[in-house]
Design a protein around this ligand. Structure first.
Ligand SMILES: *Cc1c(COP(=O)(O)O)cnc(C)c1O
Length: 354
């Protein structure tokens, strides 16, 4: 606490990101990064950036990248917004599209950054309970709301919502914006982007951090109607008009142009996820059905907090949230074959005396 801080800063409870330990012998399965490298074309694009282009400001609109997203999704470039990681895009959406008289609604078990942005921007929120099995039921969302935001698949559960359910939400909530945060959609879900033509209150947010292995580059995107995108542009141009540096713009474009590599990496992650689910189930875990690059699991005879600490002792880092409803679950990012093997071997040892 400092007397120099504003009242707002005094009151904030900032988000705590998963740790990024420096030691490389650790098996790092805590922040849902890709276990594989990005397409080699990404590194080629970065190496090709000239000193002269670094001397200049980057394109404030990231227009080439916008056009690539637009083309890939059958949209106009005016329907695409690019930001410095989807966290930045989400923050702009909270400030520019979800702040209204009525509270914004999101699941009670969800991405823990949402309430932090609410606090930062003074947005009232209402936590809508997920079902006992962690599924999301559109029927329990109020028709009158300041907006709805849902990750699909949800984080940290990995549970997927179908397009019919998203349609139901959009129809019911036609006077406010529905944001679908698709950080993990490439690992088995169907994107809501195809509904944008039908619903002008739908904003779909995606990131290159997970399925394209570019968490270190910081590129996120929002897609929606021209009016929603213009709202985000107004915030961006009142905050930081050059959110993406030139390396990020070029590298992200190269990633989008290498679809084959992208699909292959996603398939490998999915195959490892299915194996991990099977083998952890065999060890007695209850594993939620996941459409993401992580699994959410609980063991009937071992407290998740204890398993988390014991795994850490063995150099394996997973994520544990000491929060209501989920404090007996571990969230485990899908690693390489070798990382999955190391995790399974450690769990076998830790559970051997049961
Ligand atoms: C990882 C994640 C993000 C943030 O992604 P960045 O693009 O790296 O900022 C957003 N939403 C959810 C649900 C996530 O899990």
């Amino acid at each position: 606490m400092s007397r120099y801080w504003s009242d707002l800063v005094r009151q904030l409870t900032p988000y705590v990101p998963g740790e990024q330990p420096q030691a490389d012998r650790l098996v790092k399965l805590n922040t849902n990064e890709s276990p594989y490298r990005p397409s080699p074309a990404v590194l080629t694009a970065i190496a090709a950036v000239s000193g002269d282009s670094l001397r200049l400001y980057p394109d404030p609109e990231s227009m080439e990248l916008k056009q690539a997203f637009a083309q890939r999704n059958g949209l106009l470039s005016e329907q695409v917004f690019i930001g410095n990681g989807s966290d930045e895009v989400l923050a702009h959406a909270f400030q520019g599209l979800l702040k209204h008289e009525l509270p914004v609604c999101f699941p009670d078990v969800t991405y823990s950054f949402y309430p932090v942005w609410c606090e930062l921007y003074g947005v009232a929120h209402r936590d809508v309970p997920v079902a006992q099995d962690f599924s999301i039921d559109p029927a329990v969302y109020p028709a009158a709301n300041g907006g709805i935001i849902i990750p699909n698949p949800n984080a940290p559960t990995g549970v997927l919502l179908g397009l019919d359910e998203i349609r139901a939400l959009l129809r019911k909530s036609c006077d406010s914006v529905v944001v679908i945060d698709e950080a993990y959609i490439d690992f088995g879900g169907e994107s809501a982007v195809q509904l944008i033509a039908e619903y002008d209150n739908l904003l779909v947010i995606q990131t290159l951090s997970k399925s394209r292995a570019l968490a270190g580059l910081r590129v996120g995107v929002a897609m929606g109607s021209v009016e929603l995108i213009e709202g985000l542009e107004r915030i961006k141009n009142s905050f930081n008009s050059y959110p993406l540096d030139i390396l990020a713009q070029r590298a992200a474009l190269a990633s989008l142009q290498d679809e084959e590599y992208f699909h292959q990496s996603c398939r490998r992650v999915i195959a490892n996820r299915e194996r991990l689910c099977r083998e952890m189930t065999a060890l007695g875990f209850d594993v939620l059905p996941s459409a993401a690059n992580f699994i959410f699991a609980t063991h009937p005879h071992r407290a998740a907090g204890d398993l988390f600490a014991a795994l850490r002792q063995l150099g394996i880092i997973v994520r544990y949230f000491d929060k209501p409803r989920i404090d007996n679950y571990l969230r485990i990012s899908i690693g390489t074959d070798a990382q999955c093997d190391a995790l399974l071997a450690a769990l076998r040892d830790l559970l051997a005396d049961l």
